[in-house]
Design a binder for this molecule. Sequence first.
Ligand code: FES
Length: 262
Amino acid sequence: MRLGASRLSAVARGPALKTYTRGFAHSKTVEHTPVKGNKQDDYFDFTAENYERVATILAKYPANYKQSACIPLLDLAQRQNNNFLPVAAMNKVAEILGANPMRVYEVATFYTMFNRQPVGKYFIQLCGTTPCMACGAGEIKQTITDHLGIKNGETTKDGKFTLLEVECLGACINAPMVQINDDFYEMLTKETTIELLEACAKDQPPPMTKWGSLPMNGQLSCEGPLGKTSLKESWPGIEKFMRKDLEKKVDPASIKEAMHYE
Ligand code: FES
């Protein structure tokens, strides 16, 4: 079927954003809101430093597959823009990738890691899926809403905190938990949740352990209340199952640096 000229130009431009909707992980449907900073003809460009990162990212892909760099470039744009990915940044990524903007919108609207509306300095994603809910996520949510005076999906007036209930974040073993920006805070209680919020309010969020998350009950990782209960000693011969090429390449302590997150 042939498309008429006006339909073709609409396809080339991408969707009519005013009518574009999607569901957040908590099923709340939101529309694209063309507020200040999020309009189709707003300006966005990467900084010179981030253009170096763009080049590093693109170099990982064959020239004819550079559109595969869409997610890392959107992530970089969002990090540059205070954890908010406006449509102008999506357009810039499309331009760099030589892609139809629609392709980039499709990615940005599919993954909940991309914030298409401004969020607070501390973006709290509260896991509300079954294991966390069974371990007290409801009480943690109530504690956050009471302490900050905001409901799910809202931002505090000072722009410091946004709360969003999301689906499983993959730390079920240490439920209940929240993700604040990039970091996981786990094994939460009402008391440690307040402690965490107050630390963030003072811009002193507790540092992660060397494993990249922080169980708030003093555990090092996910060893449980009895400590390590398996693999207490080395297992002779296990080395042959391990990938030599990855040895010493992943250091949880510096993973953010390696990922250009800091
Ligand atoms: S259910 Fe909460 S992290 Fe998986």
